[in-house]
Design a protein around this ligand. Structure first.
Ligand SMILES: NC(=O)C1=CN([C@@H]2O[C@H](COP(=O)(O)OP(=O)(O)OC[C@H]3O[C@@H](n4cnc5c(N)ncnc54)[C@H](OP(=O)(O)O)[C@@H]3O)[C@@H](O)[C@H]2O)C=CC1
Ligand SMILES: O=C(O)[C@@H]1CCC=N1
Length: 266
């Protein structure tokens, strides 16, 4: 298989594949940025190519891990060498109609992964065009399955929702971690203590939610003793409009995904 673009997201998927036994020798990467090529060599022993070439011919699967802004140019360079392959794109916003036009094939799956894929805890939304058969979908599941969980969506527009929720989502969690750590420091904890408390709280609460049959609202109520500390904090958050702000923020991310399709699509 080949990767076009060898940055953050490509490294996350390559890391999962290698950890699950795929030899690095079976992975070809095209990456114009020298420092990124050096990182691939150091991390995985992969000698990435600086430009697309005939070395891409005969690949079963080509993973597109370039930024939306550079997809069209990267496709123009690689398309002549990849006509036979199944294609997997992780680019935010870029529609499979655009990709099909650039590559001259409709055998495309669009994915929206997230960076916890780096530690095997990724969450990926997938959409397959009708041209992709069951065998192709199974291959994609084997590849993405090495990075964590996956879910297929039945309409391509839903991938913009996946992008807003789980694709960008780790950044929201990190923002909360930053704020909780700051609050801990303000209250007299050391920064490492506050950070450990915040990270462990997210880990524990997420695990509890994942294992519970009850909705998050019930789990929240169980923490919220009447007239207690949690009540004081949650009431402040609700009065400050935090839930509505959060929902509106995700809609901004969804809208930006739609804009990317307009700006950088065909
Ligand atoms: N980061 C994230 O959390 C997520 C990202 N994505 C998507 O993944 C894609 C990649 O993002 P990310 O990995 O963060 O970005 P990176 O910038 O880390 O990686 C993209 C790499 O592609 C290289 N590149 C640029 N042009 C070409 C080309 N013509 N041929 C081959 N490679 C090229 C870039 O080099 P150079 O720097 O020189 O331009 C860069 O190293 C994006 O489309 C993004 O929407 C999806 C889900 C989550
Ligand atoms: O911010 C972005 O555009 C990409 C897509 C999802 C996460 N990072």
């Amino acid at each position: 298989m080949a990767f076009i673009g060898g940055g953050n997201m490509a490294s996350a998927i390559i890391g999962g594949l290698i950890a699950n036994g795929l030899p690095a020798s079976q992975i070809t990467v095209v990456e114009p940025f020298e420092a990124a090529r050096d990182a691939l060599k150091a991390k995985f022993g992969i000698d990435a190519l600086p430009t697309a070439s005939a070395a891409l011919a005969g690949q079963d699967l080509v993973v597109w891990a370039v930024k939306p802004q550079t997809f069209k140019d990267a496709a123009a360079a690689a398309a002549p060498h990849t006509a036979q392959a199944l294609h997997l794109s992780v680019a935010a916003g870029i529609t499979t109609d655009s990709i099909a036009q650039w590559l001259g094939t409709g055998r495309i799956v669009r994915a929206m992964p997230n960076t916890p894929a780096l530690v095997g805890k990724g969450m990926t939304g997938l959409f397959a065009r009708p041209e992709v058969d069951a065998e192709g979908q199974a291959l994609i599941e084997r590849v993405i399955g090495t990075t964590g969980q996956l879910v297929w969506v039945d309409g391509e527009a839903k991938l913009d929702a996946v992008t807003a929720l789980s694709g960008s989502g780790p950044a929201y969690v990190f923002l909360f971690l930053e704020a909780m750590t700051q609050a801990g420091v303000d209250m007299g904890l050391t920064a490492p203590q506050a950070y450990q408390l915040a990270v462990a709280t997210f880990q524990g609460a997420s695990e509890l939610a994942a294992r519970s049959d009850e909705p998050a609202s019930v789990l929240r109520e169980r923490v919220t003793s009447k007239g207690g500390t949690t009540y004081a904090a949650i009431t402040h958050m609700q009065q400050a409009g935090l839930p509505q702000t959060f929902i509106a923020a995700l809609r901004k991310a969804e809208a930006r995904a739609q804009e990317l399709a307009q700006e950088f699509g065909r």
